[in-house]
Design a protein around this ligand. Structure first.
Ligand code: GCO
Ligand code: CA
Length: 263
C-alpha cells in the first residue's frame, strides 16, 4: 500500500520551462516515475525538440508545446490543444521563471515588471486555465516553484524576491480557493542548485560560491536531481491532505542563521 501512494503512472504533467535547469530535472523525475511529460518552453522550437528527445531517450512519454506563459491567449489556446491531443492535465508545475540581478536603486521599472510578470503573473495565468478542468474532474495537483527568496532577501534580487514572496502567498491562496475541489496546491522552494541560472554566481572562488557553501548546512550546492522526490511527492496521492505548503529543498539553509566561515 505505502509505495502505491507515490504512484503517478499514466498521469499527464505539464511543466513550464521544462527545457532546462530545475524544470527539466523535476520533469525527468516525474517522467521516470511513469507520468507523461508535457514540455513547455518559449525560447525556441529547437530547444523544445532537443528536450523532448532527451526525455524520450530515457523511455519517457513526452511532447513539446511552445507558448509564452505570460500571454493569456497563447496559454488558453495551448491548454485547449494539449488537453485535446494528450488528455487532461493532472499535474501542473509552474516552474518557468527569470531573474535579473540588479541593485533596486539602479533597476528600470520595466525590468522589475518583467520579472514580476514571468515569475508571479504567469503562474496565475497558467493555473487559471488548467484549474478549470481540475475543478470539473474534482482532482488536480498544482506545484509552484518558489525560492529561498520566498522567505529571505538578498542583494540585487529585489524584483525576484518580491515575485517569489508573492508566489508563496499566491500558492496559499490557490490552496484556500481550490482545496474544496480536491485540488492540492503546494510549492517547492529550492535552495541553491547548480544550474545555468546560478552559473554566474557559482564560479569556483567566486565570493558568492564560497558564501553559499558555508551558508548551507549540507555544505554544497544542490544537484537538480535532488528535487525529483519532492516533485513526485507533491504530485501524488501521498500529499492529498497537504495544501498551501511550501516544501523547502535547501540543504538546511532556512534551518539556520549560518556560521562563521572558519567553523
Ligand atoms: C540568486 C539565485 C537564487 C536561486 C534560487 C534560490 O541569484 O540568488 O539565482 O535566486 O536561483 O532562487 O532559491
Ligand atoms: Ca506557509
Amino acid at each position: 500500500m505505502s509505495l502505491s501512494l507515490f504512484d503517478i503512472k499514466g498521469k499527464n504533467a505539464l511543466i513550464t520551462g521544462a527545457t532546462h535547469g530545475l524544470g527539466m530535472a523535476m520533469a525527468k523525475g516525474l517522467g521516470l516515475a511513469g507520468a507523461t511529460i508535457i514540455v513547455n518552453g518559449n525560447s525556441s522550437q529547437e530547444k523544445i525538440d532537443k528536450a523532448v528527445a532527451m526525455y524520450t531517450n530515457l523511455g519517457i512519454k513526452a511532447k513539446g508545446y511552445k507558448f509564452d506563459v505570460t500571454n493569456e491567449n497563447e496559454v488558453q489556446d495551448s491548454i485547449t490543444k494539449i488537453e485535446s491531443e494528450i488528455g487532461p492535465i493532472h499535474i501542473l508545475i509552474n516552474n518557468a521563471g527569470i531573474i535579473k540581478r540588479i541593485p533596486l536603486e539602479n533597476m528600470e521599472v520595466d525590468d522589475f515588471k518583467e520579472v514580476l510578470n514571468v515569475d508571479l503573473v504567469s503562474p496565475f495565468i497558467v493555473s487559471k486555465h488548467v484549474v478549470r478542468g481540475m475543478i470539473e474532474r474534482k482532482s488536480g495537483k498544482i506545484i509552484n516553484i518558489c525560492s529561498m527568496m520566498s522567505e529571505l532577501g538578498r542583494n540585487t534580487v529585489g524584483a525576484y524576491a518580491a515575485a517569489k514572496g508573492g508566489l508563496k502567498m499566491l500558492t496559499q491562496n490557490m490552496a484556500t480557493e481550490w482545496a474544496k475541489h480536491n485540488i492540492q496546491v503546494n510549492g517547492i522552494g529550492p535552495g541553491y542548485f547548480a544550474t545555468e541560472q546560478t552559473a554566474p554566481i557559482r564560479i569556483n572562488g567566486h565570493p558568492f560560491n564560497d558564501f553559499i557553501v558555508n551558508r548551507t548546512p549540507a555544505a554544497k550546492w544542490g544537484d537538480p536531481n535532488d528535487l525529483a522526490g519532492s516533485a513526485i511527492f507533491l504530485a501524488s496521492k501521498a500529499s492529498d491532505f497537504i495544501n498551501g505548503h511550501i516544501l523547502y529543498v535547501d540543504g538546511g539553509i532556512l534551518a539556520t542563521i549560518g556560521k562563521p566561515s572558519n567553523e
